[in-house]
Design a protein around this ligand. Structure first.
Ligand SMILES: [Zn+2]
Ligand SMILES: [Zn+2]
Length: 381
């Protein structure tokens, strides 16, 4: 494959973003670095501080036509990177171990050509979205009233995939990535002196029962051939005080499925179980939800376009028969707009996402640019 003329420039951008890794909701420098890069390619419009530290660059085509959006995430992950590279993260405990630095460089890599050779029609919007890791960013961007002026007819994104064949596109129509939500379940009883536990109401046994009930739950409502998963991720009760019987507790779990109706059933059942156990132990129960990711659903036509572009670019495509069990906040976009996200293999031996030794493979940058440029060519001519 012909290598992109901008590769050196884009690798430099990727490494600069890598060195300045920032957590979800704190992407100040990241946004500034991308803005400086994009401004050097003279976009027709720029929307800054979009839904937080998001940024959207608008490149107009030569005449009226549909709007095409490419979305990259820009936040880093709370992981201490172990790579000994000269562009390693300058923030301890924060690193680009999900590869969002690479995704941002790919989308930014479209700016040069869009400036030099505008599409024949329509417009292209490069969206740099903050806070993907917490599931908050996509919704914040969509809720920003300025988003309406850049709303797309089609939207695309990609995510690199370690442990998969390097440079292979993985895609499917319909559910591509599971929806997920975090459940926070609380019990309230009453503390007492540890010498007189009968004078209090300890939630300890209720917590143990709840963890068992939650762990067994997916088996009871598993759909025929889909995903239904529940992972207890945290639990605590009382204090580390040997003289006191605990009086309150908290259990957290992540629920996930590739079907919204199954996710809803998981939610209802989790609350039912917690209420049942609370009642049996004379405890009060409250709950709340967090980190809500909808199912990411690819539009069949958008998938067909990705397949066609990959084929003409000589890129291998693997059609997946099931959705990935992880979540992507791109699902908020596919709920409102036609679009697709695809995986791009990072290599079988490549370290896993969010692992300390992960570092986005720079060789994927020109490949991502070629695929997105192919979509621009195909949709806007
Ligand atoms: Zn991630
Ligand atoms: Zn990611």
């Amino acid at each position: 494959m012909e290598s992109s003329p901008d590769k050196t420039e884009l690798v430099a951008l990727r490494r600069e973003l890598h060195a300045h890794a920032e957590l979800a909701g704190q992407e100040v420098e990241t946004s500034r670095i991308i803005r400086t890069f994009i401004e050097s390619h003279e976009p027709h419009g720029l929307v800054t501080e979009l839904g937080g530290f998001g940024l959207a660059a608008v490149f107009e085509g030569l005449k009226e036509g549909p709007s095409l959006m490419f979305r990259a995430e820009i936040d880093a992950v709370p992981v201490q990177e172990s790579n000994d590279v000269d562009y390693r993260s300058c923030r301890s405990g924060v690193s680009h171990t999900c590869g969002h630095d690479g995704h941002a460089a790919i989308v930014a890599g479209l700016a040069g050509k869009l400036h030099r050779h505008p599409p024949r029609r329509g417009r292209v919007v490069l969206l740099f979205q903050p806070a993907e890791e917490t599931g908050a960013g996509a919704l914040d961007v969509l809720d920003d009233e300025r988003f309406d002026s850049i709303a797309p007819a089609w939207i695309f994104a990609l995510h690199n995939l370690p442990r998969e064949t390097f440079g292979e596109v993985q895609i499917r129509s319909g559910p591509f990535a599971a929806g997920s939500v975090g459940a926070i379940l609380r019990f309230r009883g009453k503390t007492s002196h540890a010498a007189y536990p009968e004078q209090g109401k300890s939630p300890a046994v209720a917590v143990a029962q709840l963890i068992q009930a939650l762990t067994a739950l997916p088996d009871s409502i598993r759909p025929d051939n889909g995903i239904a998963r529940l992972t207890v991720i945290h639990a605590r009760f009382g204090e580390a005080a040997f003289g006191t019987t605990p009086g309150e507790a908290e259990v957290m779990a992540t629920l996930r499925s590739d079907r919204e109706d199954v996710l809803d059933r998981l939610r209802e059942t989790v609350v039912d179980q917690a209420q049942r156990i609370a009642r049996a132990h004379g405890l009060e129960h409250t709950h709340s939800w967090t980190e809500d990711f909808p199912v990411t659903t690819n539009h069949p036509e958008a998938v067909a376009m990705v397949e066609a572009v990959a084929e003409t670019s000589g890129v291998a495509v693997a059609l997946r028969d099931e959705a990935y069990p992880w979540s992507e906040d791109f699902g908020w976009f596919t709920r409102r707009f036609n679009g697709a996200i695809f995986g791009l293999g990072a290599g079988h031996e490549y370290p896993a996402l969010h692992s300390p030794e992960y570092d986005f493979p720079d060789d994927l940058i020109p490949l991502g640019v070629v695929l997105f440029e192919g979509l621009i060519e195909r949709i806007l001519g």
